[in-house]
Design a protein around this ligand. Structure first.
Ligand code: HEM
Length: 596
């Protein structure tokens, strides 16, 4: 074996390091060879650096800066939809750069190369996003929002994005640039144009919750595929279909009341949650949860769903990271477990031979055979899970907010009770939907609750200008391609241009003889608008009337002594649908209605 000659370190290196070959094995003559004063023409790795010459430093800075600018130009021209390739490129480019420049390959030089490269890339991105050349430059907004999504991502992580958007709109007006390529709009004319037929499609926000192993549900589909899926859902939400579901609602609402009768003080948020999950389990999968019976969510279904919704919500703000996250086996496993959970429920429902009514499953599986192709088990499982996610927290949230508003405003609470006692007299069926049409004041309270506490306060209705069109004109403003457009209901509903005393709970504004100066219902969109709006809104309203009628007929409610009711709204966190803190309420049974 050939041994190194006994010599000083430098000559040893010269003797034993082979000349650098490029990736194809060709010898690449390092640029540095051409610069006088270079210490070595063969790149070798050293932990400690040999002091580089000023010429070397200048070359490194120039090359890394240029590389950063080129990257920005390329990313801008060919916007990546996934971070996988860009991350890889960002990781290897500074290394390749050093190899091309030549010279000793030290950790210090590598760090410098990364530092200058990333610095130039970041600075050029920041400068462009803040510059008047950016297509969204005319839309006002905070500098941090124009530069990066990370700021609003942080707000979303905390669950207070809806409050953040409200503050931004209070400061900047109805159009705010909330991200580099994202705007938030609370102009009612624009909102109509965004949602109605011919408006914008759902954006990438809705696609992010889906792993490639999961079939698309109605939520993530767009275009014709969405129209086809929506047809199936629409059949499950006709008036006739909803009439078939009423006995299921009545059964679960009665069970809720009898369970509440066992307690004097309860956390209503918790009980409404149990009710809503049980009901949607019945509707979508023929039952199976029985949370009301157990008095708690034994299998952690609600928690699983909320973790999933929250993760999807966060990922929705940085959609390009999703494919990268999916590379991690742990993430895939969690999603797979969630899919299996839906699949398990679907299989369980299929095994049920006797089902006495046409439930939502009946329509989602197209048992009546209206469609050319039967949906697969996986597809129906995904839609069934969507039904539970979309319908449980939304209605439970409306129920708890409405109780909170009424208990905070005893005068309105009295009016609701009086109305109920007049319309549904003792012995009448509190679930009789014909009577519910007479409950005008309760209806006004429901609307006012949905206005002030929309269950989907900032993301419901996220849309995007398609990447293959050049842009859209919305209410006289040019919105360039690729822009994500949000219409946060919480801010829109509190826009003083459309509602007098916008932050106050004033249900009278919804009554036919209301005298409020400003009351523009085109700015009231708790269920969103257009062809992809909430398909379940009629059913949701029916459910709300049924539960609230029987609840207020059965109990006198008041906040538990010592309960900090004023702080309760701050416990509302926005993770697409809002989550809520406990609502501690004291229950005193009124008369026992014969029909409950
Ligand atoms: C108070 C209760 C509810 C509220 C406030 C609400 C609100 C919303 C909102 C804001 C959207 C987004 C629409 C968009 O992107 O434009 C939505 C979508 C949806 N909701 Fe609801 N929802 C409620 C109850 C329900 C119920 C009870 C069901 C089912 C039984 C349901 C099923 C759905 C479905 C399937 C979608 C997706 C529709 C599509 O993409 O075509 N929702 N909902």
């Amino acid at each position: 074996m050939q041994r190194p000659p006994p010599s000083d370190g430098a000559s040893m290196k010269r003797a034993w390091c082979p000349p650098y070959s490029g990736p194809s094995g060709l010898y690449v003559r390092p640029f540095l060879d051409t610069i006088k004063g270079c210490q070595s023409s063969t790149p070798t790795f050293r932990l400690l650096d040999i002091k580089p010459t000023p010429a070397y430093i200048m070359l490194l800075i120039w090359a890394a800066t240029t590389l950063g600018l080129i990257n920005h130009l390329l990313f801008h021209r060919y916007e990546p939809s996934s971070a996988n390739i860009p991350l890889l490129l960002l990781a290897i480019e500074p290394i390749v750069l050093l190899l091309l420049i030549g010279g000793p390959f030290s950790s210090a030089r590598l760090l410098w190369s990364y530092f200058v490269f990333m610095g130039s890339l970041s600075l050029s991105i920041i400068a462009y996003r803040l510059s008047p050349f950016h297509p969204l430059a005319q839309i006002p907004g905070p500098a941090i929002g124009k530069v990066t999504k990370l700021w609003s991502l942080w707000k979303a992580w905390l669950g207070y994005k809806y409050l953040y958007h409200k503050k931004l709109h209070d400061t900047y007006g109805p159009y705010v640039r909330t991200g580099p390529n994202e705007i938030s709009v609370i102009d009612a004319v624009a909102v109509g144009q965004i949602f109605m037929k011919g408006g914008l499609d759902k954006g990438r926000y809705y696609e992010t919750g889906r792993h490639r192993s999961t079939p698309p549900s109605i939520v993530s589909l767009v275009g014709e595929a969405h129209t086809a899926k929506r047809r199936v859902w629409n059949r499950g939400m006709t008036s006739a279909a909803i009439r078939e579901y009423e006995p299921l609602v009545a059964k679960r609402a009665s069970q809720l009341v009898s369970r509440l009768r066992e307690h004097e003080i309860v956390d209503l948020v918790c009980w409404f949650d149990l009710f809503a999950f049980d009901l949607m389990g019945d509707l979508a999968f023929g039952g199976g949860f029985e949370m009301l019976r157990d008095g708690r969510d034994v299998d952690g279904v609600g928690e699983r769903i909320r973790v999933f919704t929250r993760a999807s919500d966060i990922a929705g703000h940085i959609p390009w990271i999703v494919n990268t996250l999916h590379l991690f086996p742990q993430v895939g496993r969690i999603i797979q477990e969630f899919n299996n959970f839906g699949r398990g429920l679907a299989i369980q429902r299929m095994e049920k031979t006797v089902v006495d009514r046409k439930d939502l499953w009946y329509h989602l599986t197209d048992e009546a055979g209206h469609e050319k192709e039967k949906p697969t088990l996986e597809t129906v499982a995904a839609d069934g899970i969507v039904a539970i996610v979309a319908a449980s927290d939304t209605t439970a949230s409306t129920l708890s907010s409405l109780v909170w508003f009424l208990l905070s405003n005893p005068e309105y609470y009295r009016r609701v009770q009086q109305e109920l006692d007049t319309v549904i007299t003792d012995g009448d069926d509190p679930f009789d939907v014909n009577r519910h049409q007479e409950l005008q004041f309760l209806s006004a309270c429901i609307n006012e609750t949905l206005r002030l506490h929309p269950p989907v306060p900032s993301n419901g209705g996220s849309r995007q200008v398609h990447l293959n069109e050049c842009g859209r004109n919305i209410a006289g403003r040019f919105i360039p391609k690729g822009t994500s457009v949000y219409t946060p209901q919480y801010s829109l509903h509190r826009n003083p241009d459309y509602f007098s005393y916008p932050d106050q709970f004033l249900p009278d504004r919804w009554l036919p003889d209301s005298k409020f100066e400003r009351h523009d219902t085109s700015a009231f969109i708790p269920f969103s608008l257009g062809p992809a709006n909430c398909v379940g809104q009629k059913f949701a309203k029916r459910e709300l009337f049924m539960v609230l009628s029987v609840l207020f007929k059965s109990f006198d409610l008041r906040f538990e002594d010592g309960f900090n009711s004023e702080a309760w709204p701050m416990g509302r966190r926005d993770y697409f649908v809002v989550t809520r803190g406990p609502l501690r309420v004291n229950l005193t049974p009124r008369y026992r209605n014969a029909r409950v």
